[in-house]
Design a protein around this ligand. Structure first.
Ligand SMILES: *Cc1c(COP(=O)(O)O)cnc(C)c1O
Length: 859
């Protein structure tokens, strides 16, 4: 019989064990090894069987065992110590509190919005890198003490579970999650009733959501859930799946995350008595409607003019883009946005045309969520140096007239949360080298202490981790073959599949085309030779999910599976279904080489290679994303790219050949070159070097500090300055800035440089000779102190385009006859063909950059 409904009943804990409740529901356990060990002690078989899920464990363990533990002094001592440690962790001042002492303008609250969060496998609320990154952001924010509140959606089915059919085709299951069986509590008001967030929908419908709270160390993660009886069927299904539906489904999710997310925060801070967030961070453009909701609040509740409200919102919003191609950007039909936001019921006080303006792009029928993010955020960034550059190019049109380098989009390279992703063996070694407090691992110097460690010991750790991986691969292979219809009797070979002594290469990631899952199959014979080499074999573990609607991706998986199914090679190559955090962890620990061959520059950052590096894995990768930035010639291998080639097949051939060459000539040789003790000295030195140079860089704690110092703190400052009173008028500064922006936009068509004169240069100018420029400028309604006039000087190419020019601000030198005169004297900065021009930009103390408004007038 199949049950009609299911729910979870939590066990009643003996009083003496009540602290287990706290330890199991705060997800901090997921990166705290001693707490995990405590859970394992309760019932180690059950712990493993339930996939290391403490809430499930406490629901499943026998009451008799709990009674036993309630009088077990050894257990109780550990329990109390860990409960105390958790309390200390949650309350003691951390890095953020210490820094804020000296910098009181740092925000008292930050809101972080993302459509997915991969915190731990027990809360499968993610599909891939973006979600895992968001999870790592929260965990590091917790470790550093940031006052951050995170917001997302609660998906009833999370992302799908992947299995394979007999012929290697991806099959998806959507197991329903029961929130009561998860480490979640419901947000309730002071009367104990669930708080409901409510959004007006077209045709008098309403979308209501309750709010689950997951506690991620110090960070509350609010997850909105529309599957409640208050909604009609259509609205109940809004949060059914992550990336599951059509555009209609998607826009509802994004309206709920953005608008509902702000409303959830307001309810949460009111109930908990917490300060309101000052800075709002959009992790990708999906939650962009949050900015529109904040404008509505300021207009309808605060009585501000629309443009004043926009100014306030912009000053305090940070937008992170993760997309390196226009095709990857989330866009809706304008007609759809009109339908949801056109009636003023959802967002009264916010004119539809203004909202449509935020998402405007080249195609007038499309509403572009990334453009909205950029227009609503005064500060924006990409996620690696290269991706920052790619983003400046991609969004250059929003700042027409500016060179790509001047587009105000910066970059912060992603990072990974070490306590989540580093193997316990490495954590143990770190403790031996630096002591109990691992905080100093953020200092590059600390990692130099690895110099003292014996190569044999480093190799021993690597080998242990490979052993663990091989055991896990065999387990997963067996399960997969059984699921695909094989009989146990046919699976004898699995006991010896994969070999703990063989060079192990990992390739695991989602399967969009640009990641090129099957590049390794470009020359199947050559791959097979590598796998089966007598002296220097390679074994290859492949995993990844294809988007359920992407049959192309599924066909790639099938190609790999068919290759790997053959008896000749199946002991050396496998596709493991259902890539998730628990599989990923063992892969990052155990793979000797982490392979990545995306189409450059389509990998915005990539983080799996960082997790591998953190465990002494060596990256073998195309110079894309983070690897372009931090590859140093000795910490792994670069696969040379042919990214300039228009012929895609030829590019794939060249890059695949380069990959095989590296594996044959370089990677395998140093792995198998052993000293008299069987240690591959050259290899181990690369492992050591990788840990030393990449260890301190790849940390999510470094990333979160960067966000704090370069984005959150400046945004909070901008907000303070923008909402200041002027002459007793609240929000006076914002009113002033909004008026300035309006005036600048109105005047701009008539801002003109009417004349430029140069003098002072000798007949044969030398490097350093002084050039004096004067410009006469018409400024329409703007004053000379409301613009900057810049001389731009530098080398020119054959068509007179300035290359890497120097800009010098010109001084105002008077206003004869209503014309403004500006002048500057510049030593010639370079030799060779040199050119100059003059330009005018708007300037206001409350703009983050003079390029911000996208206005420029050139001579
Ligand atoms: C880190 C991680 C990713 C992201 O890896 P990329 O290198 O960005 O593709 C995806 N899935 C899981 C489970 C991860 O742990």
């Amino acid at each position: 019989m199949k049950a009609l409904r299911r729910f979870t009943v939590r066990a009643h804990l003996p009083d003496r064990l009540s602290a287990l409740e706290r330890l199991s529901t705060n997800l901090r356990w997921s990166w705290d090894e001693p707490t995990q060990e405590l859970f394992a002690t309760i019932d180690s078989a059950l712990w493993e069987q339930l996939g290391r899920d403490p809430v499930a464990l406490l629901g499943g363990v026998s009451p008799r065992r709990l009674d036993e533990l309630a009088v077990d002094d050894g257990f109780l001592a550990r329990l109390d110590a860990l409960a105390d440690a958790l309390d200390t962790y949650l309350t003691q001042p951390m890095w953020y509190q210490e820094q804020r002492e000296a910098q009181p303008s740092w925000p008292t609250g930050i809101a972080y919005f993302s459509m997915e969060f991969g915190v731990a496998e027990v809360l499968p609320n993610y599909s891939g890198g973006l979600g895992i990154l968001a999870g790592d952001h929260l965990k590091s924010a917790s470790d550093l003490g940031l006052p951050l509140i995170a917001v997302g959606l609660y998906y009833r089915s999370g992302y799908f579970r992947q299995s394979l059919t007999a012929d290697g085709w991806q099959h998806e299951d959507y197991p329903s999650l029961d929130p009561q069986g998860l480490p979640l509590r419901l947000l309730t008001d002071s009367a104990g009733d669930p708080v409901l967030v409510s959004l007006d929908m077209p045709d008098d419908a309403r979308l209501n959501a309750q709010v689950w709270i997951a506690q991620v160390g110090r960070i509350p993660l609010l997850l909105l859930d529309s599957d409640i009886p208050d909604n009609d069927h259509d609205m109940r299904s809004v949060t059914d799946r992550l990336y599951g539906g059509d555009q209609e489904h998607r826009i509802r999710q994004e309206l709920l995350a953005g608008i509902g997310g702000v409303r959830a925060i307001r309810a949460f801070t009111a109930v908990e008595g917490l300060p309101e967030p000052q800075v709002f961070h959009m992790n990708e453009g999906h939650a962009g409607f949050l900015g529109v909701e904040r404008i509505r609040e300021l207009v309808t509740d605060g009585g501000l003019e629309f443009d004043t409200a926009l100014t306030v919102v912009r000053s305090s919003t940070v937008f992170t883009t993760h997309t390196p191609v226009p095709a990857g950007i989330d866009r809706f039909p304008v007609e759809m946005v009109e339908r949801y936001l056109g009636s003023s019921r959802l967002l009264p006080g916010v004119p539809l045309e203004r909202i449509l303006g935020f998402g405007a792009e080249d195609d007038p029928t499309k509403f572009n969520m990334a453009h909205m993010g950029l227009r609503l955020a005064q500060r924006a960034n990409g996620v690696s140096l290269l991706h920052g550059q790619v983003s400046r190019g991609m969004f250059n049109d929003l700042w027409k007239g500016f060179d790509q380098d001047e587009v105000p989009i910066g970059s912060i390279t992603n990072g990974v949360h070490a306590p989540t992703w580093a193997a316990p063996q490495w954590v143990q070694l770190a403790r031996e080298l630096v002591g109990e407090d691992l905080g100093s691992l953020s200092e590059a110097d600390t990692w130099q202490r690895l110099q003292q460690v014996d190569p044999g010991h480093l190799w021993w750790i690597r080998s242990q981790l490979r052993d663990l991986l091989v055991a896990d691969v065999r387990r997963r292979l067996r399960r997969s073959w059984l699921e695909r219809g094989a009989a146990e009797a046919e699976l004898g070979w699995i006991a010896n599949a994969f070999d703990p002594g063989v060079l192990t290469v990992g390739f695991a990631r989602r399967v969009p085309t640009y990641k090129r899952l099957t590049l390794m199959l470009r020359d199947p014979d050559r791959l097979e030779k590598l796998l089966l080499d007598d002296e220097r074999p390679v074994q290859l573990i492949v995993a990844g999910k294809s988007h359920p609607a992407d049959d192309g991706g599924k066909a790639l998986i099938q190609q790999i599976v068919r290759f790997a199914d053959r008896p000749a090679v199946r002991h050396r190559i496998a596709f493991l279904p259902d890539y998730d955090m628990s599989m990923a962890r063992l892969l990052y620990w155990g793979c000797d080489v982490w392979l990545n061959n995306p189409l450059r520059p389509l990998e915005a950052c990539g983080t799996s290679g960082m997790k591998s590096a953190l465990n002494g894995g060596l990256n073998l990768s195309i110079r894309d994303g983070w690897w372009d930035e931090w590859y140093d010639g000795e910490n792994g291998w670069e696969i040379p790219t042919a990214d300039g080639l228009a012929d895609e097949a030829r590019r794939d051939d060249l890059e695949a050949t380069a990959l095989y060459d590296l594996l044959e000539k370089s990677v395998t040789t140093s792995f198998y070159e052993r000293d008299e003790n069987g240690v591959p000295q050259r290899w181990v030195e690369m492992v050591r070097h990788t840990l030393q140079v990449l260890g301190p860089k790849v940390l999510a704690s470094r990333m979160v500090r960067d966000y704090t110092e370069k984005y959150y703190a400046p945004a909070a400052q901008s907000l303070h300055r923008t909402i200041e009173e002027v002459d007793g008028v609240p929000f006076g500064a914002a009113i002033e800035l909004a008026a300035y922006c309006e005036r600048a936009r109105r005047s701009w068509p008539r801002v003109e440089i009417t004349d430029v004169d140069s003098y002072g240069l000798p007949d044969t100018p030398l490097l350093g000779s002084e050039l004096t420029l004067t410009a006469t400028v018409q400024l329409d309604e703007l004053g000379p102190d409301e613009v900057v006039v810049e001389a731009v000087v530098g080398r020119v190419d054959a068509s007179d385009v300035l290359l890497d020019p120097v800009t010098v601000r010109m001084a105002h030198a008077g206003s004869p006859d209503g014309i403004e005169l500006f002048t500057a004297t510049i030593p010639l900065p370079v030799a060779g063909p040199v050119g100059y021009t003059v330009r005018v930009l708007p300037h206001h103390r409350l703009l983050a950059a003079d390029s911000e408004l996208g206005l420029v007038a050139l001579a």
